[in-house]
Design a protein around this ligand. Structure first.
Ligand code: SME
Length: 159
């Protein structure tokens, strides 16, 4: 496990971002705090944050995050994030060097977990991406918990 479950992390996340007023500015405000919150809870990560679908519906643009400077644009056709966005399914990569399409933003990254964000109609609105310098850092439990976080974010900021 990389997240401490004892504090009711999803409840805390919901409380943190629960007063969205419908504006883009405040969505980014809450996504920023969500990335900082998750960064504080996740152990052994070097990057966590969001890539958000642009107006074309075919590209991801860098959103709020914690970590090193990252690539700003990811087409749906590329990378772990693109695979998650175009399929609408979580992608867990134990060894990014063995994933041919991986986009290396931070050369320290060795494993990665990406989960989708959806609007109320089930359309992919973006992805939540976590990277770790450790091989196989993310377990099925971590995936379940980050999918839970993405569900909270989707419900409170995209519905
Ligand atoms: N590794 C990702 C790119 C984003 S960075 O990890 C922050 C990918 O392959 O899509």
């Amino acid at each position: 496990m990389v997240l401490h479950k004892d504090g009711g992390i999803l409840d805390q996340l919901a409380a943190l971002i629960g007063d969205w007023d419908g504006t883009l500015q405040r969505r980014y405000c809450h996504l920023s705090n969500a990335s900082a919150f998750l960064s504080g809870w996740l152990e052994d990560i070097n990057w966590v944050g969001f890539y958000l679908v642009d107006d074309s519906g075919q590209n991801l643009v860098l959103g709020p995050f914690q970590g090193k400077v990252a690539c700003t644009d990811i087409p749906f056709a590329k990378g772990v994030c693109g695979l998650c966005a175009r399929t609408g399914k979580s992608v867990r990569v134990d060894d990014v060097h063995a994933f041919p399409d991986h986009i290396a933003c931070d050369s320290a990254s060795r494993s990665e977990l990406v989960v989708p964000l959806f609007d109320a109609k089930g359309r992919v609105m973006g992805v939540l991406d976590a990277d770790s310098p450790k091989l196989a850092r993310f377990t099925a439990d971590d995936q379940e918990l980050l999918e839970g976080a993405a569900a909270v974010i989707s419900r409170l900021l995209y519905s």
